[in-house]
Ligand binder design. Structure first.
Ligand code: GCU
Length: 692
């Protein structure tokens, strides 16, 4: 049983308790309400998953049967669309229940007298999600008596963005090579893509873009006849799991393919070019999702070249997609990446808001703007992007990063769900109290038709998908949280642990859960302090380098000198970035008195002797957290060590090696940061610990 980690959270281990085993043994017939029409394949996937899962959980064979072959006695699982004439549907799911279930939702009931479990939905995708939900219950050893469940995904778009290149490399990938591409072509063997589609569907993901947002020469051709047959094949695999396929496109494609002299969005020839290309795409993939676009960002081409703006650019693509129901996902990661470090007026944090906010209302209805969670770039700690929710007449999706670019690159343990929970729970106050990011992401706050969450993938072709086995929890957690942002970090962790490791050892479950929950805080404590960001090595972004970006053109500075550190982003004396926040948040960040400690250096430049709310000075906080963080990283390794013997040896060793590396590397972080600041300011550590 795949102890290389390939089965991730779907190994469906044999149930440990007699009760659990008996329960799984009782449900070995899956009855499908026949649906030959559209979506039949998704329903078949749902049924096949149930059969496969229950077989594995019970050790006995399970079978999928048609409605005509309903077993006369014994319990069974039935998958039925509301429209199906299956027995008892009206009684189990009266109109009042059905109206509560959205297009991707499901409802599930256990019939008291027979034990039959019926999963019902308005559409096939709901049955698939219901099937995985039920399997989670079985696998966690929970009772399935008296089930009465109604679930709808909170976010309409639940997307994964791959940054995969066709040469097989992955930008910011830390788990091997692409599962889609190699040698500038699609991989011939598509089995891994199918297995991946299962993983995504099991946590409710419904959209995927398969190529890097930085669209290079070869990837520009993905929308041409050369590669569309391959794209269609991949789309067909995802379709069976209710996942829609998107492509990242090159804004300058007409020029770079040598077909037009311009990519000006207002030029009719350019418009016609995209319409024709888009028509070809839909001829190959009738349910194609649409285009993801990084334009006028980090040297990528875009409408600015022609004196046009982002709305002109996005709308032009949107027009081509509109007849087919396709959408444009236009990224807002736009800033000046050629800044002069001497220039202290330009503030990269301001850029997305400054560029996009004035365009509110100008985008077509099938355009969504994709906004990163923070104003800089997926740092371990950043404030929430003030652009989120600030364009009430424009659709938006929130962008997160699952791949651990700045959070340890899957060599360090960093469970990101607590960070995402904080982001989603943040109150923007844009429409009064309670205007949380989760209500913006879901589309509810502004009544947006298109909304949701996208995140950069953390998988590659490593046997266990994510390099660090425990990093699987981030992909799992992303899906679960995106389905339901009210799930707690700790509940999601426990689900993942039970599914991954089984229910056999309570000690294992609690230890790994605690390790996961502590890990983000630990990582933060030995890396960049108090929200200051960017203290990493240039380019690859791994490991400490306090001045790595200080004199570069990327706009990510901390301004540490002999007296103090931090970026003054106040309206009163700084870059004015704080003014992009709504009332109470503006006030909170603007004032040194109320600015939260963890973001202090993001918003203010302060002396090292400045006293935090915690009572410590900034410099002592830096020393303390770094000594403490490195110690805690060692503790993580020790906690894991104590689990030897309670799991597969190879798996244990693999994670142990990474945790040992983390502990070592955390010391490097500690000593580099502490030494840098000690040498800068000359203030000794109150506790007299070793600083070099
Ligand atoms: C970061 C990352 C890049 C990526 C970019 C983006 O800057 O380091 O690799 O291309 O974000 O989101 O477009």
């Amino acid at each position: 049983q795949g102890e290389d980690g390939y089965l991730a959270w779907l190994p469906y281990r044999r149930q440990e308790t007699k009760e659990g085993l008996e329960r799984c043994k009782a449900y070995r017939q899956i009855v499908v309400a026949a649906a030959a029409e559209d979506g039949g394949a998704v329903i078949q996937s749902a049924a096949a998953e149930l059969a496969r899962g229950l077989e594995s959980l019970s050790g006995l064979s399970a079978a999928v049967v048609n409605e005509g072959e309903v077993p006369e006695s014994g319990a069974y699982i039935q998958l039925a669309l509301f429209s199906s004439p299956a027995a008892g549907m009206d009684r189990l799911f009266p109109a009042a229940v059905r109206t509560e279930i959205g297009p991707e939702g499901f409802t599930m009931q256990t019939e008291a007298d027979t034990g039959r479990i019926v999963i019902a939905a308005a559409a096939p995708a709901g049955l698939l999600y219901g099937a995985f939900h039920l399997l989670r219950l079985f696998a966690a050893g929970q009772s399935v008596d008296g089930l009465n469940i109604q679930e709808n995904p909170v976010n309409p778009l639940r997307m994964i963005n791959h940054w995969d290149n066709m040469d097989g490399s992955i930008e910011r990938g830390y788990a091997g090579k692409s599962i889609f591409f190699e040698n500038n072509r699609f991989k011939a063997d598509k089995q891994r893509i199918r297995d991946y589609a299962r993983l995504l569907a099991s946590v409710g993901i419904n959209a995927v873009s398969i190529n890097n947002v930085n669209v290079h020469k070869q990837e520009t051709l993905l929308i041409t006849e050369e590669f569309l047959p391959d794209v269609a094949e991949v789309a067909a695999i995802f379709r069976e799991y209710a996942v829609k396929l998107f492509l990242s496109v090159n804004y300058a494609a007409p020029v770079e393919m040598g077909e037009l002299p311009t990519a000006d969005p207002l030029d009719p020839a350019v418009q016609a070019w995209w319409q024709r290309r888009t028509q070809d795409v839909y001829a190959a993939i009738p349910d194609f999702g649409g285009y993801v676009v990084k334009a006028d960002s980090e040297n990528r081409p875009g409408p600015f070249t022609y004196g046009r703006d982002h709305a002109d650019g996005a709308n032009m693509l949107a027009e081509g997609l509109e007849p087919y129901g396709g959408i444009v996902i236009w990224r807002c990661f736009v800033y000046n990446c050629k800044q002069d470090w001497r220039d202290r007026k330009t503030d990269r944090a301001r850029a997305a808001y400054d560029h996009f906010k004035p365009l509110d209302g100008r985008f077509k209805d099938n355009v969504i703007l994709q906004v990163k969670n923070g104003p800089i770039d997926f740092q371990v700690r950043e404030p929430i992007s003030p652009l989120l929710g600030a364009m009430p007449s424009t659709h938006q999706v929130l962008e997160l990063q699952i791949t651990q670019e700045y959070t340890g690159q899957q060599r360090h343990l960093c469970y990101l769900v607590p960070q995402w929970r904080e982001i989603l729970d943040f109150d923007t106050h844009l429409k009064g109290n309670g205007s949380t990011v989760k209500r913006i992401a879901s589309g509810e706050l502004h009544g947006s038709r298109l909304a949701g969450i996208a995140a950069v993938s953390n998988i590659g072709d490593d046997a266990n998908w994510t390099g660090h086995r425990l990093a699987q929890a981030n992909l799992y957690g992303y899906g679960r949280l995106t389905w339901n942002p009210e799930l707690t970090s700790s509940a999601i962790a426990e689900e993942w642990i039970r599914l991954t490791f089984g229910n056999g050892s309570e000690k294992l479950i609690r230890t790994v859960q605690q390790m996961l929950l502590d890990s983000w805080g630990i990582y933060e404590s030995y890396t960049a302090p108090l929200g200051v960001g960017f203290m990493v090595n240039p380019d690859h972004h791994y490991g400490p380098n306090v001045e790595g970006y200080e004199y570069s053109m990327w706009g990510t500075y901390h301004f540490a000198d002999w007296q103090g550190i931090g970026v003054d982003r106040t309206k009163a004396t700084g870059t004015g970035y704080t003014g992009q926040y709504a009332g109470p948040n503006f006030e909170r960040y603007e004032s040194l008195e109320t600015c939260p400690d963890e973001l202090l250096l993001f918003f203010h430049h302060v002396p090292y002797t400045h006293k935090l709310h915690s009572g410590k000075t900034v410099i002592q906080h830096i020393y303390d957290t770094h000594f403490d963080g490195a110690e805690q990283a060692e503790r993580l390794a020790a906690q894991w060590e104590a689990l030897a013997g309670s799991m597969d040896e190879g798996l244990h060793r693999q994670v142990a090696e990474r945790l040992a590396e983390q502990a070592e590397h955390a010391k490097e972080w500690r000593d580099r940061i502490n030494t840098y600041f000690y040498r800068r300011c000359g203030i000794a550590d109150e506790q007299g610990r070793t600083i070099y």
